[in-house]
Design a protein around this ligand. Structure first.
Ligand code: EPZ
Length: 424
């Protein structure tokens, strides 16, 4: 069991290279199910979730190897169509193998992803969409089984934009017979990249990145050859870290066009952000100003940046209101931030954050991926030492965030430790 130790007070300065996007890499890896041959996916981040996805593909019968940021996936037809419980329980995104498996092989058996710390996270939209394409869906013994002779194109209207739901249905429709339209589709850059990779493989998709996507089914696809886009949430997290410490940082490889809502809010908080050929430069004179925000589907403010932005607002010069509209329980970081001296209280789905001048270091517990990032950010500026336990949450979605921050001047390191005994 590892923990992260941070001595607050370092100012971040310098250049950092951002990693490939976790939430693009995972579904892009699943596209390899759709075609035989040798697939190569470059700029993959070295994350626990990426390794889990590679294990899942191996379990389906593919040969998978990772070297210098490139994942190679090779198979001449998969021997299994099942994503087992012991993998899915560690990574709910495993559910994105459903669409490609039933699209290419006519069957899939995937352990139902339970809820997680941030919410119930049902997959009803995924399953309703697959049924619309002619699949038979049945639930038994905690597994969802999906079968179809060959999927047939149809019109799918999602009740709400779902990122992995849109990706699952895209990957199911590309080999279906006839045309499919997905209405109320998610518009995230990661969804757009999945569609671009599928088109490079020979699919016929138009409108990805908008709310209506049109797919003309084809008979077969060629192997994927692509480069994963930069991780906009890692970029956002590093931008917030720079502002909180009053630093000056160049995020090399970052794409400003993926960050418009966050850039807007950080600018409102007083940051000075300039976009360059090689990336995004950010500096922050003085104490942040209070900013209200509501999380929304892309291109609105991303829910994956809510916890990190709240750490910034915890030391703002005034009170801000942060509303979480995507997940029903994504305020797990609040109690730990309050233990560090923040003044945050709840009003329903809103958090009222009264900015304080200083936070104080404490022993804190990470509860989910982005909550752990927000505790790291708070530790960077807290007076004294912060110890963060259960940092396996962090390693699921950030490639050595502690190392990147240390390179920029933070006093942060990992150490082995028994977690503090928690009162249950
Ligand atoms: C993706 O999760 C991301 N994960 C999440 O990132 C991200 O927070 C989320 O999109 C929202 O942007 C990956 O891409 C691997 P949704 P996903 O389906 O697809 C409800 C991180 O920190 N819903 O867009 O699971 C759902 O409960 C992770 O990197 C249904 O009700 O999210 C939620 O309230 C966390 N039924 C809302 O829609 C469904 O069938 C949006 O969820 C599907 C979703």
């Amino acid at each position: 069991m590892q923990k992260i130790l941070i001595d607050g007070g370092g100012t971040l300065r310098g250049t950092v290279k951002v990693s490939g996007a976790k939430n693009s890499c995972l579904p892009v890896l699943m596209t390899t199910i759709l075609a035989e041959g040798e697939h190569r996916i470059r700029n993959t981040p070295d994350l626990v979730d990426v390794r889990t996805t590679c294990k899942l593909l191996e379990g389906l019968g593919a040969e998978v190897s990772m070297a210098r940021g490139t994942v190679r996936v090779a198979h001449n037809g998969l021997s299994s169509h099942e994503a087992p419980y012991d993998l899915v329980k560690t990574m709910r995104a495993s559910v994105v193998c459903l669409g490609p498996l039933v699209g290419r092989y006519g069957r899939a058996r995937v352990s139902l992803p339970g809820g997680c710390a941030i919410g119930a996270r049902p997959i009803d939209q995924h399953l309703k969409g697959l049924e619309k394409l002619g699949a038979k869906v049945s639930l038994s013994h905690g597994y969802v089984e999906v079968t179809a002779k060959r999927l047939r194109g149809n019109r799918i209207v999602l009740d709400q934009p779902t990122v992995t739901g849109t990706e699952n249905l895209l990957m199911a429709a590309v080999l279906a017979k006839g045309e499919t339209e997905i209405r109320n589709a998610a518009r995230e850059p990661e969804v757009l990249q999945v569609a671009e990779v599928l088109n490079q493989m020979g699919a016929k998709i138009e409108g990805a990145g908008t709310q209506s996507i049109w797919i003309q089914g084809v008979d077969s696809l060629a192997p994927a050859r692509c480069t994963v886009i930069p991780d906009r949430i890692e970029v956002g997290t590093l931008m917030v870290a720079s502002v909180m410490t009053g630093g000056k940082v160049l995020l090399r490889g970052a794409r400003a066009d993926h960050q418009t809502a966050l850039i807007e809010k950080l600018t409102e908080a007083g940051a000075i952000i300039t976009v360059h050929e090689e990336g995004i430069h950010i500096r922050a004179p003085g104490r942040p100003k209070p900013v209200d925000l509501t999380t929304q589907p892309y291109p609105g403010f991303p829910t994956d940046m809510q916890a990190q932005f709240m750490a910034l607002m915890a030391v703002a010069d005034g009170t801000s209101i942060i509303s979480e509209h995507i997940f029903e329980n994504r305020f797990m970081h609040v109690s730990e931030l309050n233990r560090m001296g923040a003044k945050i209280k709840f009003e329903g789905a809103r958090a009222v954050v009264q900015g304080v001048r200083h936070l104080s270091g404490a022993q804190v517990m990470a509860t989910d991926l982005r909550a752990s990032a927000s505790l790291v950010l708070a530790g960077l500026i807290a007076r004294g030492r912060t110890e963060i336990y259960r940092i396996y949450h962090l390693d699921r979605g950030y490639q050595r965030l502690d190392k990147k921050l240390r390179k920029l001047g933070a006093h942060i390191r990992r150490s082995q430790a028994q977690p503090p005994t928690t009162v249950t």
